[in-house]
Ligand binder design. Structure first.
Ligand code: NAD
Length: 502
């Protein structure tokens, strides 16, 4: 096959050898047009295993490089990303269907995590701890962990790699990345960008970072290898149910970032203008294909009629279109499977008594591209498809009257990623954030469920997998902790007052 001229020039500008993307057996499609845009040669279980062996050697050298020096590599990566922000953002739009603003926003997130990780490279602190024994000192040290296998989803094709790799590099780990089989080109672009940073850095071992192209069978080699100390896997709960137990069975460590079924609660005192905008972006942005997309909305009965008709109007007026050629706010679904899942969920919602606004396919471009109008569904109660994540723009809206009951309904789903409350009432706000409030890893007030900043730890509870990435102390997941006790006295007192005189 031959590359479209625009894709070819973008790949070349980013430093990807275009010949690698045309002669293989694994097709890659753009959701923007539905057309095949590349054909890559996938890795095999054997080449994946060889990559693990190489990464193991790279780790042995990288762990000895002082952390602030490792941070210099990440600083250079941030510089390279700044230079390529527009081009990489555009490739994200081509491969994942995001609007230019969201494509570039994703690259900005990569730059932000690099900045964060550079600072972190001088702050990998352990504690000094009071000891009960005289003449002793107790402390903890943090050491590099090993080879980190990063498995990522199609919908954040580049940012999630950066969240993991920027931290893993400063923590002294080697990385093997298995990107989504739906977004291999952006992965090759990141590899080329990192190669420029590595060349400028000069002192990193070969194979510190490797990319494996392919589907779950290739990722599975990382999952099952005892030489991969940490698996950081982002994707569906279905994938996590397979990957999590396999890593646990070999006592490996995992960071699981899985599906979400995120909700907002609109209380009587909510600022409805702000709520409207927050819900519209949270539910329709990225065509509903964010793990943090708002999928459920509980509206107090006293403000239902003031908010929901306006929301339905906003849904009717939102623009859907080709993200490369128009200013549309909503782009395509990733593929036909996503469209079918959306239509099945809408049918199930209708069968359960829901009133569906929107949700129809829009004839944009070729038959192979799947554009849909986002759907708002008024539901009588939280049943059927409302309980599950459908990775498409569907917002289920439900009326509530009692605050305690709505908190319970909010938490009564499998996933536990992100949540929001819209209120000006201090008691409602603090209750939502308290131990008896939202059970999610992310709980927001007066903003939507999506669009997290890199400074906070990102991740969720229950079927979302429990992992944390990105900011705060998420770095600890990429290192191993040793507790050290040092005796500088001439005695040997035992802990807990135990005596053992010989
Ligand atoms: P997916 O589960 O289909 O695939 C994700 C990745 O897992 C891909 O790279 C895939 O090849 C790999 N994979 C699948 N089966 C595997 C196996 N058995 N062993 C090893 N690797 C395997 O997900 P997707 O459709 O690409 O992404 C959408 C899903 O990801 C949604 O559920 C969304 O909520 C979730 N997601 C979660 C987060 C988060 O941070 N919590 C972020 C983005 C996306």
């Amino acid at each position: 096959m031959s590359l479209a001229p625009e894709t070819r020039s973008l790949l070349e500008a980013l430093g990807v050898d275009a010949a690698r993307t045309t002669a293989g057996t694994m097709p890659s499609f753009s959701p923007v047009t539905g057309e095949e845009i590349a054909a890559l040669t996938p890795d095999t279980p054997a080449t994946a295993a060889a990559a693990v062996a190489r990464a193991k050697e790279a780790f042995k050298a990288w762990r000895l490089v002082p952390a602030p020096k490792r941070g210099e590599l990440v600083r250079l990566l941030g510089e390279e990303l700044r230079a390529d922000k527009v081009a990489l953002g555009k490739l994200v739009s081509i491969e994942a269907g995001k609007s230019p603003s969201e494509g570039q926003g994703e690259v900005q997130e990569m730059i932000d995590i690099c900045d964060f990780a550079v600072g972190l490279s001088r702050q990998l602190y352990g504690l000094t701890i009071a000891t009960e024994r005289p003449g002793h000192r107790m402390m903890e040290t943090w050491h590099p962990l090993g080879v980190v296998g990063v498995i990522t989803a199609f919908n954040f094709p580049v940012a999630v790699w950066a969240w993991n790799s920027a931290l893993a590099f400063v923590c002294g780990d080697a990385v093997i990345w298995k990107p989504s089989e739906k977004t291999p080109l952006t992965a090759l672009a990141c590899e080329a960008i990192l190669a420029r940073a590595l060349a400028r850095f000069g002192a990193a071992p070969e194979n510190l970072s490797q990319v494996l192209i392919g589907a779950g069978d290739v990722g599975n080699v990382l999952v099952e290898s005892p030489d991969v100390a940490l698996i950081s896997a982002t994707g569906s709960t279905r994938m996590g149910r397979i990957v999590g137990p396999k890593v646990a069975a070999r006592f490996g460590r995992s960071i699981l970032e899985l599906g979400g079924n995120n909700a907002g609660i609109v209380c009587p005192s909510a600022d409805l203008d702000m709520t409207l905008r927050a819900v519209a972006f949270g539910a329709m942005g990225t065509a509903g294909q964010r793990c943090t997309t708002m999928r459920r909305l509980f509206v107090h009965e006293s403000v239902y009629d003031a908010l929901v008709p306006r929301l339905i109007k906003a849904y009717a007026s939102v623009t859907v279109g080709n993200p490369l050629e128009t200013q549309a706010l909503v782009g395509p679904l990733i593929d036909r499977q996503a469209f079918d899942a959306m239509q099945a969920a809408l049918a199930a919602a209708r069968a359960a008594g829901g009133t569906v606004h929107g949700g129809a396919r829009e004839a944009i471009g070729s038959d192979a591209a799947y554009y849909v109008h986002p759907a708002l569904v008024e539901m009588p109660e939280q049943v059927g498809p409302v309980l599950e994540e459908t990775f498409a723009p569907i917002l289920y809206v439900m009326k509530y009257s009692d605050f305690d009951a709505v908190l319970e309904a909010h938490n009564a789903v499998g996933a536990g990623l992100s949540s929001s409350i819209f209120t000006l009432d201090l008691r409602e706000m603090e209750t939502f954030l308290s131990a008896r409030g939202s059970d999610c890893g992310i709980a927001n007030v007066n903003i939507g469920t999506s669009g997290a900043e890199i400074g906070g730890a990102f991740g969720g509870e229950k079927e979302t997998g429990g992992g944390r990435e990105s900011g705060s102390d998420a770095w600890k997941g990429y290192m191993r902790r040793a507790t050290n006790t040092i005796n500088f006295s001439r005695e040997l007192p035992l802990a807990q007052g135990v005596t053992f005189d010989i």
